[in-house]
Design a protein around this ligand. Sequence first.
Ligand code: NDP
Length: 300
Amino acid sequence: MSAKIIDGKAFAARIRGRVTEHVANLKAGHGITPGLAVVLVGEDPASQVYVRSKGRHTVEAGMNSYEHRLPADTSEAELLALLDRLNADPAVHGILVQLPLPDHMNESSVINAIRPEKDVDGFHILNVGRLATGQKAMVPCTPLGCLMMLRDLHGELSGREAVVIGRSNIVGKPMAQLLLGDSCTVTIAHSRTRDLPAVVRRADIVVAAVGRPQMVRGEWIRPGATVIDVGINRIPAPERGSGKTRLVGDVDFEGVAGVAGAITPVPGGVGPMTIACLLANTLTACCRIHGLAEPEGLTV
Ligand code: NDP
């Protein structure tokens, strides 16, 4: 194995530490405590785990956490009424609606009902447009975390060939926008891309956000390239006992680590950065809403 392993867990801890420090300064200097409201509709077990973890990290960073758990049969009108209240609440600086929503709700209508300044997921159409046009935006947490790791590793990204595999609105597209914003030459690959291995082989930076376990192979990677694995996939792990599973990314870690210059592991790579960036976004939103200086390096 030759690649440097990018320790997302340690990096995320550093980001959370900086957020905690800034939050303490905000409290001491201005009497302001950033607040994050997380709204969960229904009882999806994975979503419940995410929401619990977000609440815990928010409190650990010294911020206020407000959890709103609504039953699965909540009407869209009731959810929109709650968002109206949170939009108007001065104690709430960030609002996150945990996705997916139940089928009877229109995801876009709900997300676009969040006040853009409080949209800490960066999914509101105004934030999408701001990011795409190079204006100050709330930036989606997962791609923001990936960019932070790349900047930390390389410093300047300008001129590098980047290939993003996946074109979802929450990861692939904003990731490509961020890399373009840092003057990379960006290719977005997807399920219709012809000869994906050849496209990936061009890249100095590969970001895999596909949702297919271990799809990206060592033979696809240019020697020395940096590989960011966003994927989180659970696969059977009979070697750990019957019925056991384990998490893997979209990248064949063993194969790729032998060729790449640097790689994020799964777990312990992008995942912890996502939550750290949610806290960073809440702090950024709070500073912007109050017209205070934003902490450096916690957003783009
Ligand atoms: P989506 O399912 O929304 O998008 C997947 C993308 O991959 C699509 O654009 C799709 O192309 C493309 N794709 C699918 N199959 C292939 C293929 N064979 N070759 C090339 N491209 C392909 O997923 P998300 O973007 O939401 O998530 C991607 C992964 O990242 C998942 O594993 C998810 O769990 C993980 N994730 C991790 C996070 C973290 O915090 N670490 C946060 C968010 C997601 P097309 O558009 O043509 O269908």
